[in-house]
Design a protein around this ligand. Structure first.
Ligand code: CA
Length: 224
């Protein structure tokens, strides 16, 4: 699961990302309005943690752009402004949740997870598909009684494909989703190809049918 943390307070940003990385999230950071806008326009996130007062502009404006573009990234506003007006404006602009600073990291984490459950699975923390049972809390996958031992990247890849079940996902989108590092060093197609191959093999070994289809020249798609 990929998060974007938009926060200009460096120490808070560092503690949020440290906490979520420990919980196996991929975290990207933005500290200014411009930087955040560029990421929001170019990438897809499972959840965005959004500060309102940013150098260069307002987080609410970012939220407005996001929803105008019909993007579905989950958004949790974290703001020092404890006014009802801000909260209402935020939720009105399409935020999924609102948390007032200061907050405890476990509280933020619980909100993020609950948002992801609502977003992907209408409240349940498990997904059953093609005979696979995926536990989103424990991050485990099984086929019938048999566990499917996936690496972190393979697991994230599978969940990303499931999340985008009805469309073709490009190799580039997958690479950007899986890769956690500086944008200019994002991995090439071989990176995605090898993880797809390993994921397919592991699923097949446990008796799962061929669910990942290659769409020539475009990317990958889950079988209907
Ligand atoms: Ca701020």
């Amino acid at each position: 699961m990929k998060l974007l943390v938009i926060e200009d307070e460096r120490s808070l940003l560092a503690s949020i990302t440290r906490y979520f990385r420990k919980e196996h999230f991929l975290c990207e950071e933005a500290t200014t309005f411009e930087e955040a806008l560029e990421k929001i326009e170019n990438f897809q996130y499972d959840c965005i943690i959004l500060d309102i007062n940013l150098p260069g502009g307002s987080g609410l404006q970012l939220l407005k752009f996001l929803r105008q573009d019909k993007k579905r990234d989950g958004v949790i506003i974290v703001s020092a402004r404890d006014s009802l007006d801000d909260k209402i404006t935020g939720l009105d602009h399409g935020a999924d949740d609102y948390l007032t600073k200061p907050f405890h990291l476990p509280e933020l984490s619980a909100r993020v997870k609950s948002l992801l459950r609502r977003k992907y699975n209408e409240g349940s923390a498990t997904v059953d598909l093609y005979g696979l049972h995926i536990d989103l809390t424990a991050r485990t996958v099984s086929m019938g009684e048999q566990p499917v031992p996936l690496t972190r990247l393979e697991y994230d890849l599978l969940v990303f494909l499931i999340t985008n079940k009805n469309r073709v996902v490009s190799r580039q989108a997958i690479a950007e989703h899986l890769y956690d590092g500086p944008g200019d060093q994002a991995p090439g197609p071989e990176f995605v190809y090898s993880h797809i191959k390993n994921l397919k093999r592991k699923l097949k070994e446990k008796g799962c049918k061929e669910i990942i289809q290659t769409v020539y020249g475009l990317g990958y798609k889950l079988a209907a």
